[in-house]
Design a protein around this ligand. Sequence first.
Ligand code: G4P
Length: 530
Amino acid sequence: MGNYDQEINRRRTFAIISHPDAGKTTLTEKFLLYGGAINLAGSVKGKATARHAVSDWMEIEKERGISVTSSVLQFEYDGFCINILDTPGHQDFSEDTYRTLMAADSAVMVIDASKGVEAQTRKLFKVCVMRKIPIFTFINKMDRDANDTFELLDEIEKELGIATCPVNWPIGSGKKFKGVYDRDRQCVITYSDTEKGTREGETMEISVNDRDSLVSVIGEDAADKLIDEIELLDGASAEFDLDMVQAGDLTPVFFGSALTNFGVEFFLQHFLKMTTTPLSRKADIGMISPTENEFSAFVFKIQANMNKAHRDRIAFMRICSGKYEASMEVKHVQGGKVMRLSQPQQIMASERKILEEAYAGDIIGVFDPGIFSIGDTLCMPKEQFQYEGIPTFAPEHFARVRQVDTMKRKQFVKGITQIAQEGAIQIFQEFNTGMEEIIVGVVGVLQFDVLKYRLENEYNVEIKLENLPYEHIRWIENKEIDLNKLVGTSDMKKIKDLKGNPLLLFINAWSVGMTLDRNKGLILSEFGRD
Ligand code: G4P
């Protein structure tokens, strides 16, 4: 105990969140480049052909050229051991995307400077806020025409409800982008474009107090504007406060251009200093500290059929404390069994590598013969505790499932239950109508196709999906509420989950508020907890 402090304390585990196309992949590539994990930008994924090579676990993935799985990247930089959790976007957005955030200790939010806060960022951000993890903002694509800087910050503060503190400040944008002002060192770092290079380009540093030099490099107009903006900024913005950052109340903001290699290493260096070492985690016996406790982990994601030939499942777990060694005996608390984890692997973007050891903060994937569920705890055989469960996140698309061949009811129920257990879909039933029909809810519409495909291919059951118009689901927090007396809106539908817990579906967002108004004392939640 306590022997692994050094290894654990140099770990930084974070997720990158963004709306598709904001530049998450490009930024990740540059990080890997600086860490020496890859030699050439563009080799992580990005290009359609490379994406195909990443995995072949499902035909849909190949057909559409997208990655359904989210992966973990580990690399070294400046003495740190960094774990980046990728959160898939586009149509492959699923509950896994949310769950990935449960395994991270902080989040990097990438925003396109010409678009501001977009839908997907908002959704993921809510989960970060719920967990109160630090959030770092990288405003990307400054080499393109950007929105006004003050407006961008205002938008983040208003839309996401978090204070911002710019660490650097952009000078112009697009063709007029001259560089950034480093507020801490009070100097200007001039823009350089090294899109093809493997390191940041040559820059000049000019003190903002040396007006003549400043004017000669960035021009009079830009210099005057910058000096004005700095004055305004120093007067108006929140002061940097590391405690507030670590409590998730203040987001440090950085400006740069991932594509042209500008401001990325600056970001990485500052981020690594400000972000947190692996955090303690809440368990039923209290907080478990990463360095003071022996090995423990929790399962945050289960992925089926990565290898078509074996139809296996991989359970991804986040190590929360201590050290994991291959062949070590651990206890699966929910299953009540002591076992050896089978084929522990580190899942990289393009390859899997068998692990000998891993520490708190790391993510490992282990072969799952069907015993793990999301949220399960693993610990040392002599210990007995459970980590706090992972909430169920609100699906936004619903469909009624109909079997084409009703004779295959048993297979159908088995298949859909197993798939739901992996967490890709959620299944519900009508409330008190006695109907056995199943309603399926998903976070991203691609999961409907995945469900249909898997039921056909793995369970030999053909289904038809009839889309339902609901978009908002709410869990009822106060269980004593009598559902029969609930005064709802005309677009409200009552359903129940497989444990019999009642839930409400709505077509319109305002109906949620209306229902709350009409039923005093009713507490609704966007996250479900057991
Ligand atoms: P994502 O993972 O968040 O979805 O975004 P990704 O990095 O794939 O970037 C989306 C597009 O934006 C890519 O262009 C990428 O080259 C571009 N991009 C990323 N960062 C910057 C930046 O700082 N400045 C500019 N100007 N563009 C940036 P694409 O043409 O859609 O893809 P590709 O054909 O280059 O792969």
